[in-house]
Design a protein around this ligand. Structure first.
Ligand code: HEC
Length: 105
């Protein structure tokens, strides 16, 4: 009987962790996750942009020449980004810029 209870307890904890882990902040602040949630719908999953909709590529030579600061400013200050910028803390902007850099390689 005791063993069954222990197994149930372990199972409950395992299920609770399984549900909680995706909600922990470190998971939400992963660059790829942030990019997918906040940028991919406009700039595309591979950051190539959508020329037909006048959405610039983030992996173009011009974008590669931009400094990290320029990229971060573009994210926070462009009127087109008003909706998305609201939900990004400065740390998250940095994380997403780092991810964009990794796509440029
Ligand atoms: C609602 C659609 C939309 C979303 C969401 C969006 N962007 Fe943009 N982004 C644009 C458009 C349109 C432009 C070009 C217009 C402009 O320069 O104001 C742009 C421009 C940029 C530029 C400047 C590129 C250049 O060559 O000057 C960067 C960098 C950028 N976006 C990064 C991001 C990142 C990172 C995210 C996610 C945090 C994001 N964008 C989310 C639409 C979007």
């Amino acid at each position: 009987m005791k063993t069954t209870k222990l197994v149930m307890l372990v199972m409950t904890i395992a299920v609770a962790l399984f549900i909680l882990i995706p909600n922990l902040s470190w998971a939400a602040d992963d660059g790829a996750t942030l990019y997918k949630a906040k940028c991919a719908m406009c700039h595309g999953p591979d950051a190539a942009g959508k020329p037909a909709a006048k959405i610039p590529s983030l992996i173009s030579d011009e974008a590669k020449k931009m400094s990290d600061d320029d990229l971060a400013k573009a994210v926070t200050e462009k009127p087109r980004h008003a909706g998305v910028a609201k939900s990004l803390t400065p740390d998250r902007v940095k994380t997403v810029v780092t991810y964009v850099r990794s796509l440029q390689k």
